[in-house]
Design a protein around this ligand. Structure first.
Ligand code: GLA
Length: 350
């Protein structure tokens, strides 16, 4: 039986949160953790998936050509195969064995990593020759059309083009990328709060709709278009809470630019302050943090982190804490000592 394997990593994002779907700037770093899919051809049109990840259910199956959503993670596979068929790719049924060392729902891009790994396996199993750009596009469409989150493209781009040892500055206006190597003096502890909020998808989609509404008020197609204008002039034209949402997006883009300069200048203290400011903005203006994430960030600061912030979409998930190189593991241990929940250290980056 013909077999093929696909792998894709998860990501953190150094800075640039909730800017991707606003045509803004992001700065992801790929994790060494990810999702691997081993696929085997079947001689019928059935897709059978099983995973070792702690998700329910751990198995799923469907028939190609009748991809009906059921609200589980299997929808991402349904989306991928339905979109491939729509685009004329000839595929048959297959069994997919999915292994992941990336925590699920921790805000670390596990959904995108799964979709990309699956596409890579399926592409090689059926000789589709999908390139990186096609994988990004199809994985993103599968998420938006079949999984219910109107997410931006950060996770897919980071999974495909990101590297574990450097940040990748991506301009979402044109997907232009620039590698930004991390200074040798720092590392990032990635700590999972082990909390996931049920309203995460709804909350995320609501923020996105608020940004679109703000664009209508301002007569622009993307919030990136107001980047250069005086912020006060913009904010006074917006009702609450749209003013706070826009303030987050505009100041976050500015923080990405400042972070690039801080990384290049090896100014670790400034980078830490920028991460702290990003967290405050996500907490107070964008309102996507949670008490658990806030608590982890406070514990990290108290334990001597140079800076810390929630990472990813929010409503649960993980934080990143900036430490001197070699100090991240101890820092995380001190943070977790004070954390009443079931949090854990996911990785130290790079
Ligand atoms: C989630 C989405 C991304 C991005 C982040 C927030 O990870 O999938 O597209 O919007 O949230 O920066």
């Amino acid at each position: 039986m013909r077999r093929a394997r696909g792998h894709a990593p998860g990501r953190i994002n150094l800075i640039g949160e909730h800017t991707d779907y606003n045509g803004g700037l992001v700065m992801p770093i790929a994790l060494r953790l990810g999702v691997t899919v081993e696929a085997t051809r079947r001689d019928d049109a059935r897709v059978y998936l099983s995973t070792d990840a702690p998700v329910a259910p751990q198995e799923g199956s469907y028939v190609l050509g009748s991809e009906q959503r059921d609200g589980t993670w299997v929808d991402r596979a349904r989306g991928a195969t339905a979109i491939l068929a729509r685009e004329g790719a000839a595929i048959g049924g297959f069994d997919a064995d999915i292994r992941s060392d990336l925590p699920v729902g921790a805000g670390l891009g596990s959904s995108a990593a799964f979709a990309i790994a699956l596409l890579r396996a399926v592409s090689s199993l059926f000789d589709l020759a999908l390139d990186d750009a096609a994988n990004v596009r199809i994985a993103h469409a599968a998420e938006g059309e079949y999984a219910g989150a109107r997410a931006g493209m950060l996770d897919q781009l980071a999974s495909v083009y990101g590297r574990p040892s450097e940040a990748l500055l991506i301009d979402m206006r044109d997907h232009g990328t620039e590698p930004i190597p991390l200074p040798p003096t720092i590392e990032l502890a990635v700590i999972d709060s082990a909390t996931r909020h049920e309203h995460a998808t709804g909350g995320y989609n609501r923020r996105r709709a608020e940004c679109e509404e703000a664009c209508l008020h301002l007569g622009v197609t993307s919030l990136r278009d107001v980047d250069e204008r005086p912020l006060d002039d913009i904010l006074e034209r917006l009702p609450a809470p749209l003013d706070r949402r826009v303030r987050h997006v505009v100041t976050e883009n500015a923080r990405v630019r400042r972070a690039v300069a801080a990384v290049r200048a090896n100014d670790d203290a400034d980078l830490g302050e920028i991460l702290n400011a990003s967290h405050r903005s996500l907490r107070d203006d964008y309102e996507v943090s949670t008490s658990e994430l806030d608590q982890l960030v406070e514990l990290a600061t108290a334990a001597g982190a140079l800076g810390a912030r929630m990472v990813g979409g929010g409503f649960g998930g993980s934080i990143i804490a900036l430490a001197q190189r070699g100090a991240g593991r101890d820092l995380a241990a001190r943070v977790l000592e004070g954390y009443p929940g079931a949090g854990h250290l996911v990785a130290v980056v790079p």
